[in-house]
Write a protein that binds this ligand. Structure first.
Ligand SMILES: Cc1cc2nc3c(=O)[nH]c(=O)nc-3n(C[C@H](O)[C@H](O)[C@H](O)COP(=O)(O)O)c2cc1C
Length: 393
């Protein structure tokens, strides 16, 4: 029987060839948001590695929506050709292409991850990385030294929703199959959802309906301008990680409302309200966020992606088998092994003849596997059992 991990998934008019998705991962290495050779090779290697859906990093819908200098951008039509080149490569190698659209909210104007996510400082400014103005539900900054954000007016929110929609149109022009709206990790949308940050008293704050208003507005606006035959994903922080914060029941309510507005998949992450996603979470173990995906999928009757320390093929298969998710998103494990999907297919017996690989590699690996079989090795090149010392060379 075909493993579930390698069953295609058709959503609207798009077929994702298997259930393995590259999780969005900021690279922070572009110049003025342009997709360059680095991005082509970086994302291209996951298409060559067998991922069914290759998702870009959080891509800024406005220049001031960047988290850090170097973020990928889609705030102008000039960004489209570079992204189109990346999409074409991904398609040419059999995968679907997705783009995550983001507004940083009060978490922008920050240093890159490896610089510590701190506020851009004078030394950064001397290097040309000058802080930019930020927008948030209130004027409370992320932390000491961070840019004090402007409290968003209703007109600001309308303008941001429009920027999301314009970005979706550009994503279509570039050839993407999937748009994912980033509604997690403390960025603008998430900061409206969380009662810990959104203390507004107007129609965009207060009760759950008020705090969800902006998230739903963006979904509606994007859905209206993103082709009906293309899937729309929405990433959420399923929980804030704080007892008085956003919780899983809130996420289930939000997922139901998003589904009504034409969102197809909820990508269930968590945390990240303040700095990196790690800070407000408890100790992490493999599959730590899978229960959120499971709860949202079962209670909101919507497709979900599970993410977070999903490490090996059998773990991924078991998540699908249990009905806890429809897609498996891999972040750091994909960085560790860009050919994870092909290796998983070997492990689960889904590709004994290496037919999922690019033929230039697959032809050789299949031939090698037949030879290795005869001397007691697996197709991946490991001894099936301990090799007697006298046979080792
Ligand atoms: C280098 C890196 C960059 C990330 N950038 C983003 C991002 O742009 N958007 C996002 O939603 N999550 C981002 N994340 C979170 C990942 O998508 C993922 O949810 C998280 O790493 C947990 O999955 P993992 O254990 O498989 O890495 C990033 C994670 C890493 C490691």
């Amino acid at each position: 029987m075909q493993p579930r991990l390698f069953a295609p998934l058709t959503i609207r008019g798009v077929t994702i060839p298997n259930r393995i998705m590259l999780a969005p991962m900021n690279q922070h290495v572009s110049r003025e948001g342009f997709a360059d050779d680095y991005l082509l090779v970086h994302l291209g290697k996951f298409a060559l590695g067998g991922f069914g859906l290759v998702m870009t990093e959080a891509t800024a819908i406005e220049r001031d929506a960047r988290i850090a200098p170097g973020d990928l951008g889609i705030w102008s039509d000039d960004h489209v050709p570079g992204l189109a080149r990346v999409c074409k490569f991904i398609h040419d190698h059999g995968a679907a292409a997705g783009i995550q659209l983001n507004h940083c909210g009060r978490k922008g104007s920050s240093q890159r991850s490896w610089q510590g996510f701190g506020p851009l400082n004078e030394a950064d400014a001397r290097n040309g990385e000058v802080p930019w103005p930020l927008l948030s539900p209130t004027d409370e900054p992320l932390g000491p030294g961070h840019v004090v954000p402007r409290k968003a007016t209703v007109a600001d929110l309308e303008a941001v929703a429009e920027s999301f929609a314009k970005a979706a149109e550009r994503a279509h022009a570039a050839g993407f199959d999937v748009v994912e709206i980033h509604g997690g990790h403390g960025y603008l949308i998430a900061s409206f959802l969380s009662p810990r940050i959104n203390t507004r008293e107007d129609e965009y704050g207060g009760d759950l309906a008020g705090r969800m208003r902006f998230a739903l507005q963006v979904a509606e606006r994007v859905r209206a301008r993103w082709p009906a035959e293309k899937p729309l994903f929405y990433r959420i922080s399923s929980v804030d990680g704080h007892p008085q914060g956003w919780n899983i029941n809130d996420s289930i309510v939000l997922a139901r409302e998003l589904k009504k507005r034409g969102v197809d998949v909820i990508d269930c992450s968590s945390g990240g309200l303040r700095q990196s996603t790690a800070l407000e979470n408890t100790l992490r173990h493999p599959g730590y966020q899978v229960p959120y995906s499971s709860a949202v999928r079962k209670n909101a009757s919507v497709m979900t992606a599970a993410v977070g320390l999903i490490l090996d093929a059998r773990q991924a298969e078991a998540i699908l088998e249990a009905g806890d998710a429809d897609l498996i998103a891999l972040g750091r494990q994909a960085l560790y092994d860009p050919f994870w999907a092909h290796h998983a297919a070997q492990e689960l017996g889904a590709d004994p003849r290496f037919e999922k690989w690019h033929k230039s590699a697959g032809w050789w690996l299949e031939k090698r596997a037949r030879g290795l079989e005869q001397v007691g090795y697996t197709a991946a090149g490991f001894p099936k059992q301990a090799i007697p010392e006298r046979h080792q060379v």
